[in-house]
Design a protein around this ligand. Sequence first.
Ligand code: FRU
Length: 496
Amino acid sequence: MKEWTREERYKKLSDYSDDYMEELAKRVAQSPFRQHYHIQPNTGLLNDPNGFTYFDGKWHLFYQWFPMGAVHGLKHWFHLTSTDLVQWNEEGVALFPDTPYDSHGVYSGSGFVKDGQLHIMYTGNVRTEEWERVPNQIVARMEADGSFTKFLPPAIAGKPDGYTDHVRDPKVWKQHGLYYAVIGAQRTDETGTILLYRSKDALEWELMGEIDAGLPDFGFMWECPDLFEIDGKTVLLFSPQGIEPEGDRYHNIFQTGYVIADDFRMDELKLEHNGFQELDAGFDFYATQTAESPDGRRILTAWMGLPDVAYPTDSEDWAHCLTLPRELAIKDGKLIQKPVRELVALRKEKTVYDAGLLSSEKTIERNGGNCYELQLDVAFPTSADHAPVTLELCEDAANDKRFRITLDPSVKKITIDRSRCGIPFAEDFGTTRTLTVEQMDAVKLQIFVDTSSIEIFVNDGEGTFTSRVFPQAGETGLSLAAGSTIDYSLEIWELA
Ligand code: FRU
């Protein structure tokens, strides 16, 4: 693997020739792990979704991008637009790290509409000669030709007293005629928190203080905060770093989760809730961002990857993708996530339809590759002895390689196991993940398989597992096995 020097990581995109970038893109396009229907970079590394906004008849979505290879180097914002959340047009780089206030990276931020124009607020990352970090929060406006005007000096220059230089990722919204922003921060005692700012014009910002979410010592840094309402309740979503594993929870290097408050008193900054809950139970899910659709839905997307973890495509000079867009709702005090309904546009022919009773193993015959949507409904007849059911994806002919999903009704748990799936990676963080499911007399799984990812929605979004996988040639098989009798149906759509 190539070792990147600091100089190489901070070299400007303009220092590379167009030919060089074209060659790189051609090489990346040869990768066997390129996705079919997920947002991915043409070269280099993608991380957080940014600036997700519906504006002027279109969705705007940007991602953190280092163009030259699979490392966290000099970050840009790459811009995409869509009318349906399914087909995305690449608009190119929207923001370059080209001012003294963002010289070492255009870091994460969000979008909002002001005076009929799309605006964004992001963190300009600066490193001094001594390599000390300086965070600036910068507002920019999209002009009619799609270019961006940065308003400088920054709206918020440097860090406020009481915090380290880890202050970033502003998420802006408008409420009661004022603009508000939540910003992730680290206190000087090295604990994570979220700052709340407000502004009349989105240019001059006043620090209201820290949001008191009653989690005074919960990790060393909180990244990518987001605050929004669903059904009159306030949801605070963020990505805390430094949480230790606890039972089945928190096994990824860093977490993403939320708290829900019945009533958030903004002036008092107090957010009372029933505890932090992890949002996704899979291996690769981080740095979420939400946006509101014109019809009032709260749509979420996330980075399908994690910082400080090596992935098999790193050696191919590209890495990561975004998750499918999901609609959020609150049910029984929990956030549920459903794939947005627009995604049915991806469906082509339904290739397999199977149903009935099963009490042994069954291979599902199909010809396609790893690009499909699968729906499995399983009912456990009440009198049976409730043995586990396993669904295997990405199997090879010898059934040596596979991604295994086990439904265990006796303990009401679902476990995913990627220990023998494709190219192994990130094994230091464990090779299984487990989710407890309240109701297991009947289970519904909706699964989106793309070349190198598996997204599983359990019981209409009550739980999700989001994971990258790197199956190799021929690892496209599928089988279902029941230890005792189940009543099931299985449907598969090939996806465009
Ligand atoms: C989260 C993050 C953000 C930061 C960005 C830089 O993955 O670390 O906090 O703004 O990535 O790319």
